[in-house]
Ligand binder design. Structure first.
Ligand code: 5GP
Ligand code: ZN
Length: 116
């Protein structure tokens, strides 16, 4: 459930401080330390899942809950008014640097496509 060497597991256990926006039994949402937009949060499951491709069918409800929570947080911060972006980086070519599943929630500026 928890990996003692994982940065985000340490944030969940409050061993490393973070600015928390939302927390419940299964999920945590906190602000990215290096924001890439005026609003930039990370929404994560408390269960240690290394990346999206490591999620299993038993995680179905958890992943659904996670994405709906991303939407709820976007709305609670007013990001739905002008739009926002949700990003998951998976693996080396995907640009993943922290190997604990997380969705980036970005808003407050015009996003570009294709992504870098
Ligand atoms: P990835 O590159 O894996 O998709 O995203 C990892 C994210 O975690 C990056 O956007 C990075 O800025 C953020 N991050 C790395 N270390 C910390 C930290 O100690 N605290 C917080 N709040 N964010 C972090
Ligand atoms: Zn972890």
């Amino acid at each position: 459930m928890s990996d003692p060497n994982c940065l985000f597991c340490k944030i969940i256990k409050k061993e490393i401080p973070a600015k928390i926006e939302f927390e419940d039994e299964n999920l945590l949402a906190f602000y990215d330390i290096t924001p890439q937009a005026p609003t930039h949060l990370l929404v994560i499951p408390k269960k240690h899942i290394a990346s999206l491709d490591k999620a299993e069918s038993s995680d179905k409800a958890l992943i659904g809950e996670l994405l709906l929570r991303v939407s709820e947080i976007a709305k609670s911060l007013g990001l739905d008014k002008e739009g926002f972006r949700v990003v998951n980086n998976a693996g080396a070519l995907g640009g993943q640097t922290v190997f604990h599943l997380h969705f980036h929630l970005l808003g407050g500026r015009q996003m570009k496509w294709p992504p870098g």
